[in-house]
Structure formats: structure tokens, C-alpha cells
Design a binder for this molecule. Structure first.
Ligand code: SF4
Length: 307
């Protein structure tokens, strides 16, 4: 963590479940300073491309021990000016959240203090919490990597279908909760067709999304193995693009830069054409690809609660 950040993040040593956001030390991260908060460890969405599995393994969502108690303690030590993001390396709305309500209870604690909240999820369950989200300055980023339900069921087998997520974007927007979409990650040969991307951007813009975050797949060995098993026909392509021609940045295999630019340019351009802000995530491609006040959608969070 950068030295200056120690002062910005408040009494970091006393924090137990709220953590300064530091995406595995990536020098390419352009996010504003913020906290991350994970009510659950593991993730029952089981996305093939999940980055978190390299660090914590592939396991279903499990509530964190004494989570609410530790959160209440943490809230005495956080910097109230910083956004708290739920969540950056697990989903705050796995299926068990529907009956467990841990994320909802956490949101209520944050809302009581008027803290800034950024939700990142693949689940339409988030619409259940519109009332709490409206009680504190907040915005929601919903990940939709494709409109193809069939492809999504292979890539993100435990997550709600893209059509349900699109409807969630609509409901949040109609309710006055600012919402954006993460078209993230884009995987060569699977969801990188520019025509499909155009339709996706048009659909989320019509549904009320105001910002798009996008990125190309970064490979780790376990991600490569899962994709190879699910899509064996892509193995030679991935081997060439990532292992022969790609580059390694901070332990991740990236596609060659010209290919990343070619894949991501249309996403940014279509978004801007539709009047949305747009940005890439951890790509290091320069200002042409950072076309919003923030990359992560934090700028959608209003100054005050919307009710
Ligand atoms: S929703 Fe996010 S954290 Fe969960 S498996 Fe998918 S990529 Fe990983």
C-alpha cells in the first residue's frame, strides 16, 4: 500500500473486514482510493474466468465469521469520505444472500452512517435492496459479459442469466439508483464479436446504464485450465495469443497490446456514442481508453442519498 494512503484510509490496523482496496498490487489499477468489503468468502457464481480463485481457491460463498459484529467495529475507524465497494473479489449477492440477508444488513449499517456505497454484482437480487441503496449515496455496477444466455451459462454457471441482469439494470435505473455495467472480461473467441458488443452496449444503454467498464481476460494458470476444459477448440488460440505472443504483467498473462486495443476500442466507442461514460480496467492503455471521471463507476454515486 502506498505510504500516503495510510493517512487517507484511517486507522487501517484496526480494520477487520473493511479493507483498503488494493487489487493485488496491480500498477495498472486506475481506481480512486476506496475500501472493499466482502460479506462472503468464495463465490457460488463459479465464473470460469474468476481471478479470485488463484488466491482463495474455488469454493462456494460462505458468510464471514462474526461479519456484522466486526463491521460495526470497523465503522468506527473508517474515513467516511471514501467509497466502500461490495465486493471486489467475491459477489455480495450469491444465491444464499436471498435468505441470509447478510449483505442487506451490512448495507443498512452503512446507510445509517450515510456512507458512500458502490455495489458490483452479477445478480439481479440487488434490486431487493433498492430501498436501502436509496437511503445512502450509492451506485450499482452489474456485470454483463454477453447477452447470450447459453454462453453465459457456461462462463458464469452459478450466476443469474444476462436477461435477468439486464432487467435489474432497468429496475435500478427506474428507481433512481445510478447504474452502470461491467462488460468484463472480454474473452477472445467467445464474447469479443464487435456486433455482439454493439448490441450489448445498446441494450444496457436503453436499460438505463450510465457507465461501462470493460477489460480483456487476463490469464492465470487455473483460469486457463478451466477455459481449456470448457472450450477445448480454443486451446491453440489461447496458447498462441497468451503464451507465445502475449505479455506478462504482475503475474497475469495479457493479450498483445494491439489485440487488446482492437477488442476494447469498440466497447468504448459504442458507449460514448450512446452518451455513456466508459473506461477500461487494469489495461494500461492510456487516456483514450479512460473516458469517464472514474474507471470503476464511483462517479455515478450522488453527493447525497436519493431520498
Ligand atoms: S461473480 Fe465475481 S467473484 Fe464470483 S465467481 Fe464470478 S468473477 Fe469470481
Amino acid at each position: 500500500m502506498r505510504l500516503l494512503d495510510e493517512r487517507v484510509y484511517g486507522d487501517v490496523k484496526r480494520l477487520k473486514v473493511i479493507r483498503p482496496f488494493d487489487p493485488w498490487g496491480s500498477p495498472l489499477c486506475t481506481c480512486p482510493l476506496k475500501y472493499s468489503l466482502h460479506p462472503y468468502t468464495g463465490c457460488s457464481h463459479f465464473c470460469l474466468y474468476c481471478y479470485a480463485t488463484s488466491y482463495i481457491g474455488r469454493k462456494p460463498s460462505t458468510p464471514k465469521r462474526d461479519f456484522l459484529k466486526r463491521l460495526r467495529e470497523d465503522l468506527r475507524h473508517v474515513n467516511p469520505r471514501l467509497t466502500i465497494e461490495l465486493s471486489t473479489s467475491s459477489d455480495p449477492y450469491p444465491p444464499l444472500e436471498a435468505w441470509m440477508g447478510l449483505t442487506r444488513m451490512a448495507l443498512k449499517l452503512l446507510a445509517e452512517r450515510g456512507l458512500r456505497v458502490l455495489i458490483t454484482t452479477k445478480s439481479d437480487l440487488v434490486v431487493r435492496d433498492i430501498d436501502v441503496l436509496k437511503a445512502t449515496p450509492s451506485a450499482v455496477m452489474i456485470t454483463i459479459t454477453t447477452l447470450d444466455d447459453n454462453l453465459a451459462s457456461k462462463l458464469e454457471p452459478g450466476a443469474p442469466s444476462p436477461s435477468r441482469r439486464l432487467r435489474a439494470v432497468e429496475k435500478l435505473s427506474e428507481a433512481g439508483v445510478p447504474v452502470g455495467v461491467r462488460v468484463d472480461p472480454i474473452l477472445p473467441g467467445l464474447n469479443d464479436d464487435p456486433q455482439m458488443i454493439k448490441q450489448l452496449v445498446e441494450a444496457v444503454a436503453s436499460a438505463g446504464a450510465r457507465h461501462i467498464v470493460t477489460s480483456t481476460l487476463k490469464l492465470r494458470p487455473d483460469i486457463y485450465r478451466r477455459l481449456r476444459d470448457a472450450f477445448p477448440e480454443l486451446e491453440p488460440v489461447y496458447r498462441r495469443l497468451y503464451y507465445s505472443e502475449g505479455e506478462v504483467i504482475q503475474g497475469y498473462r495479457y493479450l498483445p497490446r494491439p489485440i487488446r486495443e482492437k477488442i476494447l476500442e469498440p466497447v468504448i466507442d459504442y458507449a460514448l456514442e450512446k452518451g455513456l461514460t466508459a473506461s477500461v480496467c487494469r489495461e494500461g492503455l492510456g487516456p483514450r481508453f479512460l473516458r469517464g471521471p472514474t474507471c470503476d463507476g464511483s462517479h455515478l454515486i450522488p453527493v447525497r442519498a436519493s431520498r
